[in-house]
Each structure stands twice: as structure tokens, then as C-alpha cells.
Design a protein around this ligand. Sequence first.
Ligand code: GDP
Ligand code: MG
Length: 690
Amino acid sequence: MKNYTTTNIRNVVLLGHGSSGKTTLAEAMLFLSKGIDRFGNINDGNTTCDYDPEEIRRKFSINTSIAPVLWKNHKLNILDTPGYFDFEGEVKCATRAAEIALILLTAKNGIEVGTEKAWGYANERDISRAFFVTKPEEDHADFFKVVEDLKEQFGNKVLPFHFPIMEDGEFKGIVDIVYKKAYMVKDKVTKVMDIPAEYLAKTEELREPIMEAVAETEEELMEKYFEGEHFTDEEIIKGLTHGIEEDSIFPVFCGSSMLLAGIDVLMDELISLFPSPAAYKVHAVKAGTDEQVVLNPSSDEKFAGLVFKTMVDAFVGKISLIKVCSGELRSDMTVINSRTTDTEKMSNLFFVKGKKQEQTDKAVAGDIVAVAKLTDTQTNDTLSLQSFPLELKKIDFPQPSISLAVEPLAKGDEDKIGSGLSKLSDEDPTFRVENNPETKQLLISGLGEQHIDVITSKLKAKYGVSVKLTDPKIPYRETIKKKLETEGKHKKQSGGHGQYGHVKVIFEPGEEEDLVFEEKIFGGSVPKNYIPAVEKGLRECIVKGVLAGYPMVRLKATLIDGSYHDVDSSEMAFKIASSLAYRKLIDASPVLLEPIMSCEVMIPDAYLGDIIGDINKRRGRILGMHPADKGYQKVIAEVPHAEMFKYATDLRSMTQGRGSFTMKLERYEEMPGNLAEKVVAASKREGEEE
Ligand SMILES: Nc1nc2c(ncn2[C@@H]2O[C@H](COP(=O)(O)OP(=O)(O)O)[C@@H](O)[C@H]2O)c(=O)[nH]1
Ligand SMILES: [Mg+2]
């Protein structure tokens, strides 16, 4: 693949609800531009962008794929993203690499939650956006209704540039309102014609607001508009380009990937009206400082590139996808990673097209390129010149919201599971693996149950290990509520050398999490050299509480008395004596403590009542509600951990996927008696089974 100049590149991220036609559109563009010679199909599992075995099996995208479409001396880097919310991390990285967001929605379903989210991602990055209304040939398709809804939701800057030609409910082609042409489609072949007479009035009616928008981009054009003069084609292109770049125009296109209708026009207009990477300055800071640097997205500039995605290929190993933000990246360069401050040597640079790779010796500013086998570089790292180290703006990945425990199906697979999961987490910053030392479980966290399911499937396919997923154990703790004086005596005097240790200990609720140990021994009833053994014995004991075996916390112990034997006493004997005293804590009103999470839930206003009702049902306490942007509310609450396992899934179904939340451990609190009884009973059962 040859290198295109920065101004001849367009980076287009395809966004939208699941099944809106993103992957098929990428395929149609590749097919029309002769980038592939067979038009793959989702159902046959042979599209360019859904090449991962998991995608083929599930028939939807789970990764971001890149399809460079070479069209009329331009390169459109099409970034195909997943529509399902569990894979939001992939959407975020793709959006970071694009200057244009093309939001897909079907003519039948119109705006869906995925459409709203797509808008949100594009808005967050402040990039140009347009809509593409797909599947106009389906029953109940209604393009104009979709346009109306888009205007209502996203404002009057939403302007249709195309509309479908329908005859007797059948889709026949497309009218290009701006260029006043009709594209009639039959048997996947497009014929360019003058607009049929019966569509002229409609075209003019829809063209008026577009011309008005052109006029608004420049004073001179505005004057011309008021004089009633027509714009030249150049003026129209200039005005629209300006408006699209400045987010004052959001065009709506229409077409069918299956019928190859409206796709070539769409590609033409992405080239003629939408910004190249050269249109946006690149903002960075000098590595390790706050000093702002503004770079030109040009190849003459100093090099800076962001690793926006990492993949692990079975043959090549680790592949880092880099958006070259400024300057040029060449295969003979050594660059610096500003996070590690280590250098990385480029060797094998290549462009990717789905799973295919095509070697290149360089990539210009604005382009997307891949490099294999970087030593210690991960997603979100900036690579730049050693002489001018920079940090580019990072991708703000969503936090995991659901955790499950992983158990090996076959004994002895633990190591393989650990290393496989850790490699998978290199590819996916929204997925985490950690060992919980308290519950001794390996926990994996992700954005939803489907996300975790994909990860365990990959673990099996790539690393050959099968796992079972279970609910994570709750790290309960125990404490006591009453002060109690106890005694422990260990005495064995059968034959030879005996054992003797004897302590009296006062236990009481402590202020600190950890054990506080004091001694008030008078007259050497417990000799000084054995006192540390008493403390040590207690420290070994508190790992397991007396009620259900959870760690004992907030305990204060004071050694007040005891006795010893000249010959038979030993450290061991005193340790045992202290553990005997500890066991009597069952009479000190032991209670179970449960973790309480502090939660922040973001939801649209309309769901407020439901969400609050639900949190109450989960034994939660609402601490506050704060209006946030765009009709959202932030609900702050404290909820016991035990009630929050499947919250990610439940919140999604309560809000059709619009809600999101974060939570973190706040503190431990006494658990209500009836619930504590159940936990104690369960731990007894487990103890008996073992
Ligand atoms: N009728 C029709 N079906 C389409 C079109 N584009 C995609 N599809 C079908 O819609 C389904 C979802 O398409 P896909 O490209 O996977 O959507 P994505 O989830 O947005 O990537 C698949 O069954 C496609 O075959 C289209 O233009 N017309
Ligand atoms: Mg897809």
C-alpha cells in the first residue's frame, strides 16, 4: 500500500447500535474500492472486519478492526467498532484515532440507545460527525421519520444530504441533495442520472436549509445568500467543509450496503466534505511536565504517536496500533516511550486490513499504522522522539463494573489461567485480573457478563484452559461487641518433658482495624520472654474469626495475668494458651461485618424513581442526587457489597443500557442479624464439606 499525504487521509470511525450495519458497510466500501474481491457476509462469517473466531461464532463485532479503503487517490481508514456496550473500550480507542464519526442507524429502528451513546463518544472527542441511515430496503423503513427524530434529539444542525427514492414501497436509489444527482440502483449497479421530475420539489425543499447553513459559515456567502444569488460548487464545498469541521452541520446520508447503493457517493462525500487529519491541531504536553505543546498534524513536524490499541496475534505476537499524530514514523526509527522513558526500536511497520498485514517503511502524520513486538509499550502510551519526548491525550477507558471468580475446571491449570488472563488484559484495558488475598479467589472484572464470557472463551481458544465462573466470595470480617476476660491454659505433663503455658487476657472492641496488644503483667506471672509469643499466638488466631472464620478486626487484647513452669514452659505452650483464650471470644458477642460500597450511578432523569427504589431494595442508602449534563442525574449511595454482584447487568436492563455506575469499598459495617446467620450457617456447611 502506498503512502498517502496527510490531506488525502480520512479517519472514519463507524459507530452505532449493534446490528446497525457497521461491519457490512466497511465490507461494502472495501468491495466497491476493489480492496477485496469477494463481498463477505456476517452470516457466513467471512467479512474483513469480523475475522476473530469469537466474532464469527457470535455474528457480531467485539473488537475494533481497521479497513483502509483506497478511493479516488485517498485513503479512508475505516475503523469498525462493536455496538454492544460491553465492548465500549474498543469504541473508545477507535474514536480516539478518528477525526470523523459516522453514526449508523437503520431506517426501521431509528434512534436507539447505541445511537445516543455514539453521539456521546463523538461529542466527548469533539470530532466531526454525520449519520448514515442504513437498510432503507427493509420493510417499515422510514427515512424521513428518522431524520425528524435526529433533529429533535440532536438539533437543527442535522441536515439530510441524501434521501432514498422509494417506488411502491420499494427502494430504488438515492437522491444527492447537495450535488443534485440521482443514483438509481439495480442489481447492485448504480446509474447516475438527473433527478426524476417527481423528486425535484422535494430536493429543492431539502436543499434550502443546506444552503442556509453554507451561508452561515462566512459573511460573504451570507451576503450572497440574501441577494438571492446561487452559490458556485466551490463555494458550497468550502462552506460545507467548514461547517462540518466546526460542528455546525451534521449531514445525514442514506444507503444500503447489501445493495451497494449510496456507498460510492458516501465515500465521495467523505473525501470532498469531511476533514482530513490536517484540519486539527494536535495538543500534547512535554513528557513529565504540564507544559503544553501544540503540533501541526504534518509530516514535517516532530514525531508523536499514540498507541490506541494493542492486539496479540497468534503468529506475530504483540501488535501495537499507532495513530501518527504528528511527524512521520519510519521503520528505521528508535523512539521513546514517555511512560517508561525507555526507547523502543521500530522494525516491522505495517498497515492492517482486518487480519491482513501489509508492510510499509513509513507512516505519515494522520495515518494509522501497526508495529510488532514492542518491548514494553501498552495501550495509551505515547511514542515520540528521544530529543523531544511528548505525552498525548490519553483514552479515558471505562472502569470495570462486574467481577466474577475464576476456578480452573482441571486441577493444575492455575498457572496457565493466570498467564493467559494477564496476556488478555494487555489487549483490553477495560478488563482486570486480581487475586483477592482475603477470599483466595482469582477475580476477573469487566464491563458486563458478555465481556467476561468473551474473555473466558478466548482463554479457552487461545490458551487451551477451561474455567468455571462463580460469584465472588464476599470478604466479610468479624469483630466483637463485648468486653470479656478470658483464660487459656495449656498443660501437658505425660512422661518426659511437659508443656505449660497459662494466660489471662481481656478482650474488648478496639479502635483500630488491626489487633492492638497490650500487657499489664505484674510480678512476672508471665515471664517477659514469653509475652511476644502470646501476641504472636493471637495474631495467628485473628486470621480466622470465631463466628464464621472471617478475619477478626478491631480487637484489643490486654494480657493481665498468667503463670508459668520453670521447666515445662515454652513459647509454643504460651502460643497455644493464647489461642485457647481467643476461642472463648464466642461469648464476647461476635458479629459479622460486611463491606459497604460507595456507589455513583449515572442515569437519565426518567429512571430516577426506579433506580432509587431498586437501591432501597438492595439495603442501600441514598446520600445524594445531583443533576448532571444533558438530563442525567448522578445518584450517590452506599450499598452493601453483597447486594451489588449483578448490578451492572440489572442497571443495564433497568435503563436499556443508558445507565452506568462506579463503586469502591467505603468501610465495613455490622451485618443485620438474620442475614449474618445465613452467612454463618453457610460457612459451617462449607467447613463440614471440607
Ligand atoms: N437489508 C440489509 N441488511 C443489512 C445491511 N447492512 C447490514 N445488514 C445486515 O444486518 C445485520 C447486522 O449487520 P452488521 O454489519 O453486523 O452490523 P453491525 O453490528 O453494526 O456491525 C447483518 O445480518 C447484515 O447482513 C443493509 O444495507 N441492508
Ligand atoms: Mg459489527
